[in-house]
Design a protein around this ligand. Structure first.
Ligand code: DX5
Ligand code: ZN
Length: 218
């Protein structure tokens, strides 16, 4: 049976009240932390000192998504800060294999992300170096965007390649995940779902998380 994981994104949380916003999602599987540097994407969020504090107060493990230039230089520090998984963008990494190995050596699960228009095929031979492949289902940079159906064939191809090779890595999707779109992503083979606005925009985050679990399994 497939293990479904729901990772709410604190990008849509109230940044002035992060500790209580982390408590709101206690029934989720991990907290997704979006790090943006205003260069890889046209938006700026938070960095290492804030991630270190989130790690100290969060009841959930940290799923760090780095939308930054030069992840080869910066990503290992997020692993050392205690993140359970650290995901860098393939488009930004100079040496993705070396970086993935460095993240694992630092004690984190290694994730690699692809923007919507980045093909998975050039990376098929390095999937064994990864614990997670993140297929972005919106252009990275902002919460609240609409799910891009054009990413579904890539999710499917990636999941089939992983299954065919007998590899243990999971496929994560991020962007525009709602109780409606989550089914399409799950059908295509994703098992880890990031949801920002659909969880933090709800009156009751626990209900929203449970609704996403139900919809993904349907
Ligand atoms: C976007 C971020 C996402 C974002 C998703 O670049 O990577 O994690 O928070 O937000 P929603 O779920 O609102 O699309
Ligand atoms: Zn993200």
């Amino acid at each position: 049976t497939t293990v479904i994981r729901i990772n709410p994104s604190i990008l849509s949380a109230d940044f002035a009240n992060l500790e209580s916003e982390l408590q709101r999602i206690g029934t989720a599987d991990a907290v997704h932390v979006d790090v943006m540097d205003n260069h890889f994407v046209p938006n700026l969020t938070l960095g290492l000192p804030v991630v270190q504090r989130i790690h100290e107060v969060s009841p959930l493990p940290l799923d760090v998504h780095l939308m930054i230039e030069d992840p080869d230089r910066w990503a290992p520090q997020y692993a050392e800060a205690g993140a359970a998984s650290v995901t860098f963008h393939a488009e930004a990494a100079a040496a993705p294999v070396r970086l993935a190995r460095g993240l694992r050596d630092a004690g984190a699960r290694a994730g690699m992300a692809l923007r919507p228009a980045t093909p998975v095929e050039p990376y098929l031979d390095m999937l064994a170096e990864l614990d997670m492949l993140l297929v972005m289902t919106v252009e990275p940079g902002f919460g609240g965007q609409s799910f891009l159906d054009l990413t579904l064939p890539k999710i499917r191809r990636a999941a089939e390649a992983i299954r065919g090779a007998g590899l243990p890595l999971v496929v994560q999707v991020d962007g525009g995940i709602t109780t409606e779109t989550i089914q399409r992503a799950a059908d295509a083979g994703a098992t880890v779902f990031v949801a920002g606005s659909s969880v933090y925009g709800a009156d009751d985050a626990a209900v929203a998380i449970e609704s996403l679990r139900t919809a993904a399994a349907a």
